[in-house]
Design a protein around this ligand. Structure first.
Ligand code: ADP
Ligand code: MG
Ligand code: ZN
Length: 483
């Protein structure tokens, strides 16, 4: 631990994956839509329209709150947050300010093997705004606005400033995404804007107890960039503190081009939103029974699953963490285990082979791989029966991954079975001994290492398919007893 420590709190927006928007029946799946094709009088704020709350969005928000260990309130309420900006056609955003849906949650993260709880202050529902497009470099110069996102359902989650490093911030976001994906309430896709994060950071000088002002970094659209932007900010603030300079409390943005944060506005200029209760919507009342029912519908969450994997399958905690971070991958692993009855081998092959090839070929979901769970049994049987060596098996697996053919089929097609034909092996050695009598002499005069040369010859002739132990036995036998 150095002299300076960062204090980080995050504000996260998660897009709920409902079919329709929060207060109208426009499609909420707007990512690929041409501008202004998913809009109606409600979400573009025409006079005289009224919002109707989307029940599915409430259910998803409650689900998320429960999965994040929040206290869900039977009574919450919507409020208007007033500000003027072209992407906000009504002139206000409907959110929950005074009485949020849920408070006092927490998420546990694993920091280098140590568990740490990050407290969550609140979770509330709100609608998204539209999107400004500033086309400075294109033929059509000017600013445009796309209202497709306007009214898309979001939950906002605010953490306490419990995060102590940029890395913890990334771990926290990864965990949060894993959870919202597990329960199926959001795609959690940062690149598509379904998960957005504003990061607040200040620095404490552990020696003097001095504290810097707080800086907010906005518009970061990947996990790695959150970590990077915070590391950059930490460095910048520490540098100022060492020089005895005051860091202004301000909002900064991450510039992809310059790979640094740049000032956007100072906190003092922040608007006064003049919140007041939304008169067009009744309070949101959810019965205890309803909340309890939603709680019962929650699936096994990542932490619990990880714990169970370690206990039930005897795999290392690290492996269990990787295998359970994604629900589909966890299901896949369990299917492989149920077919092969070999939890450790299954974990090894998935961790070292499958995930590596998925990574290399840019496949995110195990649902998109061609390796069927039953192929693992096929592969393990080939290895156990001695038909192929482990090395060949790795090569076979790569081909299974690429073609979707079964391991047996690939072994048959490519003739990859272990060469057990002793005559063939003897023929190769005999030929090598004839061609290289010097090596034979050397061996017989005590340089046993020369044996490696003969083994190599056999491996080359059989393209690595001979069992090395068998080959060695024959080589020794022939060198010592041959003529
Ligand atoms: P504001 O309303 O001014 O945005 P909040 O108290 O709502 O401030 O906090 C917003 C976020 O900033 C929260 O995630 C919180 O954890 C974080 N935060 C609060 N104080 C600090 C601090 N001293 N350093 C870093 N983050 C902080
Ligand atoms: Mg705030
Ligand atoms: Zn609409």
């Amino acid at each position: 631990m150095g002299r300076y420590r960062s204090v980080i709190g995050l504000e996260i927006h998660v897009q709920l994956s409902t079919k329709t928007k929060l207060f109208c029946s426009c499609s909420a799946d707007v990512f690929d839509s041409p501008p202004n094709t998913n809009i109606c009088p409600v979400c573009t704020g025409q006079p005289g329209v009224l919002p109707v709350l989307n029940e599915q969005a409430v259910e998803y928000a409650v689900k998320a709150a429960l999965a994040l260990n929040f206290e869900v309130h039977e009574y919450s309420r919507f409020d208007r947050k007033n500000y003027f900006y072209p992407d906000l056609p009504k002139g206000y955003q409907i959110t929950q300010y005074f009485y949020p849906l849920a408070t006092n949650g927490w998420v546990e993260i694993d920091v280098d093997g140590t568990k740490k709880r990050i407290r969550l202050r609140r979770l509330h529902m709100e609608e998204d705004a539209g999107k400004m497009i500033h086309a400075e470099d294109s033929l059509e110069k000017g600013s445009f606005v796309d209202y497709n996102r306007s009214g898309v359902p979001l939950i906002e989650i605010v953490t306490e400033p419990d995060i102590s490093s940029p890395k913890e911030a990334r771990l926290f976001l990864e965990k949060l995404r894993s959870i919202v994906r597990y329960i199926g309430v959001s795609s959690g896709d940062m690149e598509k804007g379904a998960l957005r994060c504003d990061a607040n950071i200040s620095v404490v000088d552990e020696e003097t107890g001095g504290r810097s002002n707080r800086v907010e970094v906005k518009n970061i659209n990947s996990f790695k960039l959150v970590e990077k932007a915070l590391e950059y900010e930490f460095g910048r603030i520490v540098e100022a503190m060492e020089k005895g300079e005051e860091i202004p409390q301000e909002t900064r943005g991450w510039s992809m081009r310059d790979k640094k944060t740049i000032s956007m506005r100072s906190k003092e200029e922040e608007s006064d939103y003049r919140y007041f209760p939304e008169p067009d919507l009744p309070p949101l009342v959810i019965s205890k029974e309803r909340i309890e029912k939603i709680k019962e519908s929650l699936p096994e969450l990542p932490d619990k699953k990880k714990e169970r994997f370690v206990k039930e399958y005897g795999i290392p905690e690290y492996d269990a963490g990787v295998l359970t971070a994604d629900r589909d991958l966890a299901d896949y692993y369990e299917e492989v285990v149920s077919i092969t009855k070999k939890p450790k081998e299954a974990s090894n092959w998935i961790m070292t082979q499958l995930l590596r090839y998925m990574n290399e070929s840019g496949i995110d979901s195990v649902k998109d791989v061609k390796v069927k769970p039953e192929y693992f049994k096929d592969l393990f049987d080939l290895i156990d029966s001695g038909k192929i060596t482990t090395n060949i098996a790795k090569d076979v697996f790569r081909q299974v991954f690429e073609t979707g053919k079964s391991p047996s089929q690939i072994v048959k097609e490519k003739g990859l079975e272990v060469v057990t034909d002793e005559n063939l092996i003897r023929q190769v050695i005999e030929k090598a001994m004839k061609e290289n009598p010097k090596a034979v002499e050397q061996y017989r005069s005590g340089k046993k290492g020369v044996m490696g040369y003969f083994i190599g010859q056999v491996m080359r002739a059989t393209k690595g398919k001979a069992d090395p132990k068998v080959v060695q036995k024959i080589v020794v036998d022939m060198l010592e007893n041959g003529e």
